[in-house]
Each structure stands twice: as structure tokens, then as C-alpha cells.
Design a protein around this ligand. Structure first.
Ligand code: WQD
Length: 326
């Protein structure tokens, strides 16, 4: 069994590679636009190239006798997708189409797709289940929903077992070297403010939530990685699998609660958060129901918010020349 992991040199991808490489034979395809080769274990082969390159895909699938694909390569910034929708459709939808085409031609029997809670948009429910209507609010979310549909249709037509995993808010790292290098989400954005000796910002405190700030389901990237291992095993056992699953903890944390943990972990308790205007398009609450993934894959998250923040902070310190906490 050999798995091709696209985007394997990225933040989430490198965690999936690390988790799967111990159990299966793995090869990575990454264009290194945001990924870095140093994130990969020495013994994992890296092919540098794009999923838009059908000829390259054909060669890689044959050369490594690939029997399953985990597709994580793609663009993932909501605001950028609003500014550059065609770029997002090209990278996320056309890239996936070319990859599925190559997979079908090569007879690859398993396909696991990296999707996102952004497919739900502004869900008006306490816990989001996989049956909650999908109404994405950004081109990014639309590309993920289109991707899920393409994966399922191609799976049915070409005899592939498929799974789409809808990640909620990913944070943390398995080691400081593998931490997220982007500053696009709450945890690194607060780190950036604190490192600059500025107060963290709360985008709106008048939401209909217990403390007025937005609630999300933060999930450790190591838990995301272990969910991929379980999903891959399921696809190996079940050639007709057609899974769409939330990958979350089932528990919500508010922005204020997250910032409290971050201040405590970083020791910057003197920098009290300041409230700013709401950020347009932010839903008040997005928390996964984790029932389906528990039922289907016997998987549940193991790490808590503190472990996410501590490991992310170690990575931040390493990259910014600060003393790395033990
Ligand atoms: C979380 C909360 C902010 C920074 C996005 C995508 C989603 C997924 C994950 C990929 C919000 C608030 C933030 C700050 C704040 N991406 N905030 N002060 O928006 O839930 O999800 O990333 O698949 O698709 O939409 O994540 O981390 O940006 O924000 O108050 O300095 O923190 O307003 O309520 P979000 P986020």
C-alpha cells in the first residue's frame, strides 16, 4: 500500500505525513509554494510539482505504484479567496479535477480529500452535523464544497473509496519545527500582537454567545493527522466507502477563553485584550458534532486547547528567536 500525500510539506500535510509514514509507504507531492522540504522525514520521497500537472501525476502514480491519495494541496485563506476567486477555483477545483482524472486513469482505488468547516457558512445550530445545510460564504468554502461533490461523483463513477474530512479550527504542532508559519488565524495573530507588545484584539463582543465573543471548535493538528490514519484504514477495508465527516472535538471555546489561555501560556498576562469591531462574515458559533466520526472511524480528539496553544507557542518562539519553552 503506497499513499501519495499532496501538500505534504505544508503545515497540516507534514503532520499527516509524520503520522502515516510510520504505518504505510508514503510519497509526497508539493509545489513548495508555502510548504518546506525540511518539514518532511528524511526517508519520505518528495516530488516537487503541481497537482495541475497531469503528465507529472501520471508518472508519479505509476512510478510509486500509488494505491491511495490524500489530497491536501490547495489554497486556504478566506480573505484571499474573496480577492482572487479565480485563482482559488484553479488551484482547489481544477487542481482536484486533474488529480482525480489521473487517479481514475491509473485505477487508484482510494481518495481522501481535505475539506473544511467553511462549507457550512453560518450554521444556525448548536452542534454542526454532516446533515447541516452547506451554505459557504466565501469562494474558499465554495471550492471545498465543489471539491467534496467532485470527489464523491468520481468515486462512484470510477470505483474509488472516498472520504472528505471537514476540519474545524486547526491549531498546535507536533514539534516546534512543524508549527504553522502563517499568521492568518486567532492563535498566531494573538502571538504576533503579544510579541510586538500590543494588546490582543477581540473582533466583536456582542455576539449571542455566553461571553459575547465568537465560539469555535479548535482541534489539535495531531488529532487531525490521526483522523487521516483512521480514515485511510477505513478506505482500505471498505472499497465502497463514501464518507463525509466533521473533524472536530465537539467542544467550543470562545475568543475570550482562547486569549485567556494564550496569555497564561505566554506569560503576557499584563496585555489585556481590547475589543474591536466585528469582522465581516464571522459566524457567532461553529462547533462540530463529532458523533459521526466516532461512529464511523472510532476516532475522537485527544488534545485540549492548552496543548494546542503551548505547542504553537513553542513553534512561534523558535521562529522568532525567543527562548523556546521546555
Ligand atoms: C477565529 C475567531 C475571529 C483573530 C477560518 C476559516 C475556516 C478555517 C479556519 C480553513 C473569529 C476571532 C481572530 C484576532 C479575534 N480555515 N479573532 N482576534 O474565521 O473561525 O475560520 O480559519 O479551512 O474556514 O474561515 O478562524 O482563527 O480566523 O478566527 O477576535 O486577532 O477569532 O473573529 O471569531 P475562523 P480564525
Amino acid at each position: 500500500m503506497t499513499w501519495l500525500i499532496t501538500g505534504g510539506a505544508g503545515y497540516i500535510g507534514s503532520h499527516v505525513v509524520r503520522e502515516m509514514a510510520g504505518r504505510e509507504s508514503v510519497v509526497v507531492l508539493d509545489d513548495l509554494s508555502t510548504g518546506r522540504a525540511e518539514r518532511l522525514p528524511q526517508d519520505v520521497p518528495l516530488v516537487v510539482g503541481s497537482v495541475l500537472d497531469g503528465g507529472l501525476l501520471e508518472r508519479v502514480l505509476a512510478e510509486y505504484a500509488v494505491t491511495g491519495i490524500v489530497h491536501l494541496a490547495g489554497k486556504k485563506q478566506v480573505a484571499e479567496s474573496v480577492a482572487r476567486p479565480l485563482h482559488y477555483y484553479r488551484e482547489n477545483v481544477e487542481g482536484l479535477r486533474v488529480l482525480l482524472d489521473a487517479a481514475a486513469a491509473a485505477g487508484v482505488p482510494r481518495f481522501l480529500f481535505s475539506s473544511s468547516a467553511s462549507v457550512y457558512g453560518m450554521p444556525d445550530v448548536d452542534l454542526v452535523t454532516e446533515e447541516t445545510p452547506c451554505r459557504p460564504l466565501s469562494p474558499y468554502g465554495e471550492t471545498k464544497l465543489a471539491g467534496e461533490r467532485m470527489v464523491a461523483a468520481a468515486g462512484s463513477a470510477h470505483g474509488m473509496a472516498t472520504a472528505s474530512l471537514r476540519y474545524f479550527n486547526v491549531a498546535g504542532a507536533a514539534s516546534a519545527e512543524l508549527a504553522d508559519e502563517g499568521v492568518f488565524n486567532l492563535v498566531p495573530m494573538v502571538f504576533e500582537r503579544l510579541t510586538g507588545n500590543e494588546a490582543p484584539r477581540v473582533f466583536g463582543d456582542d455576539y449571542p454567545t455566553p461571553d459575547g465573543t465568537c465560539v469555535r471548535d479548535y482541534i489539535h493538528v495531531e488529532d487531525i493527522a490521526s483522523a487521516h490514519v483512521e480514515a485511510a484504514r477505513r478506505l482500505e477495508r471498505d472499497p465502497a466507502a463514501r464518507l463525509v465527516l466533521n473533524v472536530g472535538t465537539g467542544k467550543g471555546a470562545s475568543v475570550t477563553e482562547m486569549i485567556d489561555v494564550i496569555l497564561d501560556v505566554t506569560g503576557r498576562t499584563g496585555l489585556a485584550p481590547v475589543t474591536e469591531a466585528r469582522r465581516p462574515g464571522d459566524p457567532a458559533r461553529v462547533v462540530a458534532s463529532a458523533d459521526a466520526i466516532r461512529r464511523e472511524l472510532d476516532w475522537s480528539a485527544r488534545h485540549d486547547v492548552r496543548a494546542m496553544v503551548e505547542s504553537a507557542w513553542a513553534g512561534w518562539c523558535l521562529r522568532h528567536g525567543l527562548p523556546v519553552p521546555a
